[in-house]
Design a protein around this ligand. Structure first.
Ligand code: F6P
Length: 341
């Protein structure tokens, strides 16, 4: 069996560990051969492949990014579509595709599988918002990076008696904000799932300042203050037609300063959260998912993806993966909110 691997959508620490896990298990145990598609679905549509043998994945488990490149190409646009892609796969002698990606990638993979293509999936998102898996690799790394940054913001905030606002990723869900904010001892955590008034935020900030603390406010990029319907976006749309987020922290800072009189500064962590080496946890999770993905190709489980349930790697259908977002449940927010202010 000859398998083409692709990484698609936003990158994420751990992608290379998945590729390595799949290639090592596939070549050593399952008798498979691999090639890599360059830049996600673009490589599939254009038949742009690179060799992926054991020697090509040597040492990559600890590398950030993806050795295959990624893009947000839609495989149904341009020269894409199931028939043309199948012709390309036949021409290249590729029997199956292993698609490593988030919601958009897996949705495309499902449509192609429904049309008869042989595809398995590996879920990927730093936001940790796929309901079908308990954790996605990359999330732990993003939380570590964000926590370290917040620890640093706190010391400079303390020196100047300032309020510091840290903006983290999280388009639809606030998992990165919740975990990094709790780890850093934030005085307020603002997430897309919870509408919060400016007055409430100012109250938490003031209360921390009254105790002699330099307030730390953590905000997810997708947060909407209670008087707004859409998340803050000022930079147009991405290739999937989604608003490019980022900037809510910079917007909130002067509002907090106006309401409290406390000098306030904002920092947007942005893509720093997605760069660099994965944590040990993410390397292990990603390696296990890659190995399991090789197994489900071997068993011909097309339209399925690997996922983490508890500490076990399981298999779920694409439709289950796409059905629901994993939002921060009310009790997890309430638990964190007990420590605000
Ligand atoms: O989906 C993951 C994510 O990191 C979101 O939190 C963010 O909105 C988006 O990707 C940004 O992606 P990019 O700027 O790479 O298109």
């Amino acid at each position: 069996m000859r398998i083409g691997i692709l990484t698609s959508g936003g990158d994420c620490p751990g992608l290379n560990a998945v590729i390595r896990g799949a290639v090592l298990k596939g070549t050593e145990i399952n008798g498979q051969e691999f090639v890599g598609f360059r830049d996600g679905w673009r490589g599939v549509v254009n038949g742009d492949i690179i060799p992926l043998e054991r020697s090509d994945v040597r040492g990559i488990g600890k590398q950030g990014g993806t050795i295959l490149g990624t893009s947000r190409t839609n495989p149904f646009e341009g020269n894409g579509g199931p028939e043309r892609i199948q012709e390309t796969l036949d021409r290249l002698g590729i029997d199956a595709i292993m698609a490593i990606g988030g919601e958009g990638t897996l949705a495309a993979a499902k449509r192609l599988t429904d049309a008869g293509l042989k595809i398995v999936g590996v879920p990927k998102t730093v936001d940790n918002d796929l309901d079908a898996t308990d954790y996605t690799f990359g999330f732990d790394t993003a939380v570590e990076i964000a926590t370290e940054a917040m620890d640093r913001l706190r010391t400079t905030g303390d020196s100047h008696s300032r309020c510091m606002v840290a903006e983290v990723m999280g388009r639809h869900v606030g998992w990165i904000a919740l975990h990094s904010g709790m780890a850093a001892g934030a005085h307020a955590i603002l997430i897309p799932e919870q509408k919060t008034s400016l007055e409430q935020i100012a109250e938490w900030v003031q209360s921390a300042a009254n105790r002699g603390r330099a307030p730390l406010v953590v905000v997810a990029e997708g947060f909407k203050p209670d008087h707004e319907d859409d998340p803050h976006s000022e930079r147009g749309l991405d290739a999937f037609g989604r608003p490019r987020l980022g900037g809510i922290g910079e917007r909130l800072a002067p509002m907090i300063e106006d309401l409290t009189g406390i000098e306030t500064r904002a920092t947007t962590l942005g893509h720093i959260q997605r760069g660099g080496v994965p944590t040990a946890y993410d390397r292990v999770l990603a390696t296990r998912l890659g190995m399991a993905a090789s197994d489900i190709v071997q068993s011909g489980s097309w339209g399925q993806m690997v996922a983490l349930r508890g500490t076990d790697i399981v298999t779920v259908g694409f439709e289950e993966a796409l059905g629901k977002l994993k939002t921060v449940p009310q009790h997890r927010y309430d638990e964190a909110a007990m420590l605000f202010g």
